[in-house]
Design a protein around this ligand. Sequence first.
Ligand SMILES: *Cc1c(COP(=O)(O)O)cnc(C)c1O
Length: 391
Amino acid sequence: MSNYWFECVNCGKTWDSSEWRYLCPNCSKDNSPDKPPKGVLWIRYIFPENPSQLDVDELLFHLWPIKSQDSFPILRVGNTPLYSFSYFENEKLDFQLLIKDDSQNPSYSFKDRASYLVSAFAKENNWNTIVAASTGNAGSSLAAMCAANHQKAVILLPHTSPKAKLIQVQMYGAELIKIKGNYDDAYEESLSLSKKNNWFNRNTAYNPLTIEGKKSVSYEVYDQLKGECPQMIFVPVGDGVIISGVYKGFEDLLQMGLIKEMPTIVAVQAQGSANIIRNIKNSILEFPKASTIADSIAVDVPRNFYMVVHYLKKYNGKSIAVTDKQIMEAAFNMSTAFGLFAEPASAAAFAGFIHWSKENGIPKDIKVLILHTGSGLKDVEAIGQIKNVLQ
Ligand SMILES: *Cc1c(COP(=O)(O)O)cnc(C)c1O
């Protein structure tokens, strides 16, 4: 018997894992591309009996649906640096500022955490081809993991994706399908391809492993801080899978009694693409078209909307929207103050931190963590506009 099962975020129904599932069949019946999909699934586990005696790698292995460590790509994914800063712009901080540098993943973004697990699961379950629609980073990440794990990747990207991301996909030897529409069109096309050809599908918030893979960051931070969690975490949010992974990781630790409190998590969105923040309290949902320089968080209809709202409500999470100008300023600040070059989506988290601290202050002596999710080299054209934006 396996130690995991599926649970629907909308109706709470559960299924055993004898059969693979993407979405809850009942809740997803009326899904359409203009509304956030219902029926995204959690994977749930029987927790180990002696969690405090396991190291973090053993814990994660226990709480992932994988049978052998050998199934993972050989590349080093996660275990990224956690930096601590006591100064910012020549001012001594009276709290501890931490930055988790996930641009140091093999394909230079946080997405590798999800692709790593998807690749291993596909290997153990005899899917040789994995397909994904993406705005860029998820696709280039899957292409990298599949190359390393001797699998075939088929990646659908809008033709307008940043050049570096398109080129990455090709260099990793994946089949690149450029879509003449947007991400939503690529998404629909990838679903029909995976159904038609029986390929494994990595689409974010469609495949529950995307959330599972991303939770590893919380385990790592817990380990790197020797069990003392940050009190606040700033996370850039587009579809809402990273933030859900972060929550799920800390929730696991909470439920195993390894930590005492859930950190206060702040969801940061671009003002031109703030469809999660905008709708948290709405009963009638509205999804205006996204427009922001931060392509990795430019999302019209957030795919993991219901799960993010669930977590933000359950754990009293916060949110803040930042302008493109603030994002570009923050990218510049991160580079000049710390030597960390971030793509705009990643710099959004830092912009959220700066503006949150201006508006609300940061309590003395706490640990504040910022997720740095993608390298600036991923989108030099956007970053190159910085001079115009900052004038
Ligand atoms: C995908 C991505 C995000 C946002 O993650 P979601 O799961 O869509 O909320 C943030 N930063 C970077 C660099 C990304 O690639």
